[in-house]
Design a protein around this ligand. Structure first.
Ligand code: FMN
Ligand code: SF4
Ligand code: SF4
Length: 292
């Protein structure tokens, strides 16, 4: 069994999940290649080597980010059919998120690559508000327990997973793809607080679309932004202003360790029921796997 998982991650959450899929697959003696979409160095003639193809991405406005589905447009039409699995990563366990791969799947289908299985893991927000370290750790810890079960079930036992979907959300999701146009326009309005900025150039060097340039001592922003928030999230001095979304800016990577300090959860009621459902379903899955 040989697998390839193409992934994009704005601020590292999807990358952690994708690497966990690789680690757990390799424990099961499955050959597993990870391909970072933004590096754009994959030789597509190698696709035929793989038994299954995966795509992992963070959900942006209930959709796969634009660079993810655009990447699929580069896939050649294959002589044989292939199966694809989706690894979706988001901040909320809302059913609408499960349809986020619609456009990506439509593109793949034209290339005779069909959906076989999909997964949705909750990881902390990189936009809107900052989850507490405790909640971020709970999300991480749950994902770390779920992935080995999912890998074993799907890649070893051959049993696919299907996230629950509402079949009427297609139009809504289509309309929300306006976020992709908005991101490009909003990315042009980013600003940097030059009093705070220490010119580390992390934002310039790490932007997946090369949207930020430093020319003649000045930062310049283009219209290629994906709103992945990598620049503002990782700025060491929180000097980044993300335009119209600045009120939702989240800065600083999460620890993904159980905190040894108290922190007030300012959003205890936010998506309370969907989180409750996620943890309940996860606990059942973990418990059932322990019984076997
Ligand atoms: C522009 C943008 C839009 C987002 N939209 C959603 C969304 O529709 N639903 C959701 O649950 N999370 C949403 N999120 C949260 C991310 O999916 C979540 O934080 C994810 O873990 C980020 O993964 P990454 O670190 O791999 O980029 C959004 C984040 C960004 C930056
Ligand atoms: S990451 Fe922050 S400190 Fe570094 S160059 Fe960019 S704005 Fe300045
Ligand atoms: S400018 Fe920032 S938010 Fe936009 S694509 Fe680059 S790193 Fe991501």
């Amino acid at each position: 069994m040989k697998i390839v998982l193409f992934y994009f991650s704005g601020t590292g959450n999807t990358e952690i999940v994708a690497k966990t899929w690789k680690e757990e697959s390799e424990k099961q003696n499955i050959e597993f290649d990870l391909v970072k979409i933004e590096e754009d160095n994959f030789d597509f003639s190698r696709l035929k080597e793989y038994d299954k193809i995966g795509f992992a991405y963070p959900i942006h406005a209930f959709n796969a980010p634009e660079n993810v589905w655009r990447y699929a447009l580069k896939f050649p039409k294959l002589d044989e059919t292939k199966k694809v699995f989706l690894v979706m990563v988001s901040g909320e366990y809302m059913t609408i998120n499960h349809s986020s791969g619609e456009k990506l799947l439509r593109i793949l289908k034209k290339r005779t690559i069909f959906l076989e299985s999909d997964y949705h893991y909750i990881m902390p927000y990189n936009l809107v508000f900052r989850h507490t370290e405790l909640r971020a750790f709970e999300m991480y810890d749950t994902m770390k327990k779920l992935v080995p079960i999912d890998v074993k079930k799907y890649l070893v036992e051959g049993v696919p997973n299907f996230t629950k979907k509402h079949h009427l959300v297609g139009w809504f999701i289509f309309l929300l793809r306006i976020e992709q146009w908005f991101s490009g326009a909003n990315g042009k309005s980013f600003k940097i607080d030059t009093k705070k900025c220490i010119k580390c150039m992390k934002c310039v060097n790490n932007c997946p679309t090369k949207n930020i340039e430093f020319v003649d001592g000045k930062f310049k922003f283009n219209n290629r932004c994906l709103c992945c928030t990598r620049c503002s999230f990782n700025c060491p001095v929180d000097a980044f202003n993300i335009g119209l979304l600045n009120g939702w800016r989240v800065n600083k990577p999460y620890m993904f360790k159980k905190p040894d300090f108290e922190e007030v959860d300012k959003h205890p009621l936010y998506c309370k029921n969907s989180y409750k459902r996620y943890y309940k379903e996860a606990a059942e899955k973990i418990q059932n796997s322990e019984k076997i």
